[in-house]
Design a protein around this ligand. Structure first.
Ligand SMILES: Nc1nc2c(ncn2[C@@H]2O[C@H](COP(=O)(O)OP(=O)(O)OP(=O)(O)O)[C@@H](O)[C@H]2O)c(=O)[nH]1
Ligand SMILES: [Mg+2]
Length: 296
């Protein structure tokens, strides 16, 4: 039975193995600091953070030394869940990050929990984007509010939220464009969507969720900070971790943004979404490093 870490971080585990097989197959009490440094940098933990994590530790680092430092990278806060329904989730992120696919995954998850979900196709920049979300809605058999390419995304957001209220939905999930004619347009549009959401329903959007492409490693952090400045982010989902050994970037992302990581995406299918628990993540990594595969 594979645990959370094995499922989500296959490539990162292979990378650790390739650096030193002993780490994966033997039970170790200590790991050389230099080796740890190499692993963390190779797994794309930002260099400054690696230095900080290992600062003042002895040359031979024990699990007990490392664990609290890794845990400290993560925000202990949970995303706020409002009492009122629907919960409006605004999905943002650069183009190609995996927004639309992640919306399908979330909708699939909520539906399996017997929750009612409605989608809003507020990426009106590309006709194909509306089509893509419509296809998912059809496949998952859930309602969607959409319009034509070029229509005002705030208007669609407004209509989607109003429809969600009228139909007594549990969730309204709003897709957005990752790219517009320029950065300023994108920022203005996102701000407007947020403003208009608040007019459709008090407190909406309740959860502004940033989608980050995990294959981009730490370079995604600068973009994430920009989105945070524009609208303020409540939670993060990191996608495409099935195809990358850059799983270590999670530490840098968490440490820089101080926003909870909610899920990770590990494939293109609706079920390829795993709830992220930072304690399990750290334990999984430490198990691989110190206790090997044959752990007792
Ligand atoms: N392997 C893998 N591929 C993914 C994952 N999430 C998304 N993808 C793929 O990444 C590509 C882009 O995903 P989209 O969901 O269209 O990304 P987007 O952010 O909506 O892109 P724009 O609408 O252009 O802004 C698609 O081919 C997805 O199938 C994941 O967790 N793993
Ligand atoms: Mg999209």
């Amino acid at each position: 039975m594979f645990g959370f870490f094995e499922k989500g971080f296959k490539k990162t585990i292979e990378l650790i193995k390739s650096i030193d097989k002993a780490l994966i197959v033997e039970v170790l009490d200590h790991i050389e600091k230099e080796k740890l440094e190499e692993i963390l940098i190779e797994a794309d933990v930002n260099y400054d953070l690696v230095e900080e994590l290992l600062e003042d530790l002895p040359e031979q680092v024990s699990r007990e030394d490392l664990e609290p430092r890794l845990l400290k990278c993560f925000s202990t806060e949970k995303i706020e869940v409002p009492e009122s329904r629907p919960i409006v989730q605004l999905i943002i992120g650069v183009n190609g990050a995996g927004k639309t696919t992640t919306i399908a995954k979330l909708a699939h998850k909520y539906k399996n929990e017997n929750k009612k979900v409605l989608l809003g196709a507020s990426d009106t920049f590309r006709a194909a984007a509306i089509e893509q979300l419509r296809k998912w809605a059809e496949k998952l058999d859930i309602p969607i509010v959409y319009s034509k390419r070029g229509h005002d995304p705030s208007g669609i957001t407004f209509d989607a939220i109003k429809s969600g209220i009228a139909k007594k939905m549990d969730y309204v999930i709003i897709d957005t464009a990752g790219r517009l004619h320029n950065q300023k347009n994108l920022a203005e549009e996102l701000k407007k969507i947020v403003r208009v959401s608040g007019k459709a329903m008090e407190g909406a959007p309740h959860q502004k969720i940033l989608i980050i492409d995990g294959t981009q490693g730490t370079s995604a952090i600068v973009q994430a900070q920009k989105f945070n400045e524009i609208v303020g982010i409540d939670g993060i989902i990191i996608t495409k971790l099935d195809g990358t050994a850059k799983g270590g970037a999670i530490f840098s992302i968490a440490e820089t943004l101080k926003v909870p990581i909610l899920y990770i995406g590990v494939g293109e299918k609706p079920e390829d979404l795993i709830e992220f628990d930072y304690r399990e993540f750290v334990t999984g990594l430490l198990d691989k490093l110190y206790r090997g595969e044959n752990k007792i």
